[in-house]
Design a protein around this ligand. Structure first.
Ligand code: CIR
Length: 258
């Protein structure tokens, strides 16, 4: 099953070490190691039948490697978000040229102030989008997103977040009705209809896996999650993301897949 043809990533910048962190995973990222891990991430993606656009590092934005947040790409349109983190807000201006390579201007939508929204809070399940209300995504952001999606015949529902940074920090869809759920998402009625794969607490970070054309990329070092995903029948690849984890970043955060 092929769904994605394109991936956009941005190389980590040296100022990555100053990126935002909750401190949940202590330590400062090692830049050289982060670069090697990013190389490995790109090479895993290149094994999933997609073409990859690699954007240059942008030192002005320490968190700019996390390209998932300033844009959301759907089957019908691209949406430039309005990141809720002040230090990241300008990233929206820097992603747009890459988006223009794939979408005409009339298919590029914008979330605008006072609305805030980050792509990490949005999970696509077919033509439906779950959106987390978080410290980064506000009510107005959800409202604007809902209006944009409905214009293209797509739907949206809100999920209240209690513990995690972004929605996809804790829940990710692997297609074929399979959903990885951790922590607060295990019992949320929003996801009752899916085949839920419950992530053990000590492997919570690995709830953030990505499905790319029937391959699932799993972060390295999470054996129970790897086994569970393999038991679902997917081909798996693993990538070490330890340096990005120190900034609360996971596999989905580092690419736009469409
Ligand atoms: C941030 O706090 O914005 C970054 N340090 C991590 C962003 C992770 N992105 C994501 O979950 N989509």
């Amino acid at each position: 099953m092929k769904k994605f043809n394109h991936v956009i990533v941005r190389r980590p910048c040296k100022s990555l070490v100053e990126g935002i962190t909750s401190g949940l995973y202590p330590g400062k990222p090692d830049y050289e190691k982060a670069l090697r891990q990013h190389d490995d991430y790109i090479s895993a993606l290149s094994r999933c039948a997609v073409d990859i656009t690699i954007l240059p590092p942008d030192e002005r934005y320490p968190d700019s490697v996390f390209v998932e947040d300033p844009a959301l790409i759907t089957g019908q349109c691209a949406i430039i978000t309005n990141p809720g983190a002040n230090s990241r807000n300008g990233e929206k201006e820097e992603i747009i040229d890459a988006i223009r390579r794939f979408f005409p201007e009339d298919k590029i939508e914008h979330i605008t102030a006072p609305a805030t929204l980050e792509g990490g809070d949005v999970m696509m399940v077919g033509n439906h989008f779950y959106v987390g209300k978080s410290a980064r995504t506000n009510d107005e952001g959800i409202l604007q997103l809902t209006k944009i999606l409905s214009k293209y015949g797509m739907t949206c529902s809100e999920v209240e977040l209690e513990e995690v940074l972004h929605l996809k920090t804790g829940v990710n869809y692997l297609e074929n009705n399979n959903m990885l759920v951790s922590g607060e998402f295990v019992s949320k009625p929003d996801f009752a209809q899916y085949n839920k794969i419950e992530i053990p607490k000590d492997e919570a970070y690995a709830a953030n896996c990505i499905w790319v054309n029937d391959t699932v990329i799993v972060p390295e070092g999470y054996p129970s999650v790897l086994k569970a995903v393999q038991e679902l029948g997917y081909r798996t690849l693993t990538v070490d993301t330890s340096e990005f984890r120190k900034l609360d970043g996971g596999l989905s955060c580092m690419s736009l897949r469409f």
